[in-house]
Design a protein around this ligand. Structure first.
Ligand SMILES: C[S@@+](CC[C@H](N)C(=O)[O-])C[C@H]1O[C@@H](n2cnc3c(N)ncnc32)[C@H](O)[C@@H]1O
Length: 225
């Protein structure tokens, strides 16, 4: 099904192979997630390789690209005993109409659905406590011009791919993010492109190549040591 965002961008709702929805942007010929499993990819790249890798009670997370809110939802579901402040930047927020149609999986519980609804309905640019210990700040802004005022422990780098949006994967952007991270902070991303890895190393990150999600050989985890 096709939708037009308030920014004028057209997007289409698509079901990925694990039964979770993703979105397709015809203008970029790019999906928001892996078509082999949106939820599977997000759990692998951001939860298992990022959140579960941090040994800290209070965690401030920065997400690049709020999109469908899937990473925010999964983080709230997997937060365990952590206290999390989750900041997410998005240039093209979705319409309520699309958000209401988003399916997380074929057997979503009512609790998960309610949590997803609360993540979508909370106000932009205002911090909201969605569940005890999980605060969300959705920031409507362009990463390219945004100035950070907080320090982060964990970064979910989930921009569109470096082939379609190279300006988001530049040394300048990685330097800006590196400078806004705490020591021992980590950044994970689904991309394993050599140019991306080198841009991260150029600004000071120590970068590891890890096994990727289904149908992807590798992904990257960068640490500020
Ligand atoms: C790969 S999708 C992110 C998927 C999202 N994390 C999710 O779970 O649905 C990339 C996101 O980055 C957003 N984006 C694109 N350019 C941006 C920019 N310059 N600043 C901030 N967000 C941007 C897109 O609108 C899109 O939502």
């Amino acid at each position: 099904m096709k939708h037009r965002l308030k920014s004028g961008r057209d997007i289409e709702l698509k079901l990925s192979e694990d039964g979770s929805h993703t979105l397709f942007v015809p203008e970029l010929n790019e999906h928001y997630h892996s078509v082999y499993g949106a939820k599977t990819e997000s759990i692998h790249v951001f939860i298992n390789s990022g959140l579960k890798h941090l040994n800290k009670e209070n965690i401030r997370i920065l997400e690049i690209g709020f999109g469908t809110g899937l990473n925010a939802l999964l983080t709230a579901l997997y937060k365990g005993n952590h206290k999390i402040e989750y900041h997410s930047i998005e240039k093209y927020p979705l319409n309520t109409e699309i958000e209401k149609q988003l399916q997380i999986s074929e057997n979503t519980t009512p609790e998960e659905k309610n949590l997803f609804d609360d993540i979508h309905s909370c106000k932009w640019n205002t911090e909201s406590e969605i569940i005890p210990g999980f605060k969300l700040l959705k920031i409507e802004a362009d990463l390219l011009t945004f100035s950070f005022t907080h320090k982060y422990d964990l970064v979910y780098f989930d921009a569109f791919g470096p082939d379609v949006q190279p300006e988001m994967w530049s040394t300048g952007i990685f330097r800006k993010i590196y400078n806004s991270m705490n020591k021992n902070g980590i950044l994970t991303t689904y991309s394993a492109k050599g140019a991306v890895r080198r841009a991260m190393q150029d600004v000071g990150f120590r970068v590891e190549r890890l096994p990727g999600p289904p149908h992807k050989r590798e992904m990257l985890r960068a640490s500020k040591v």
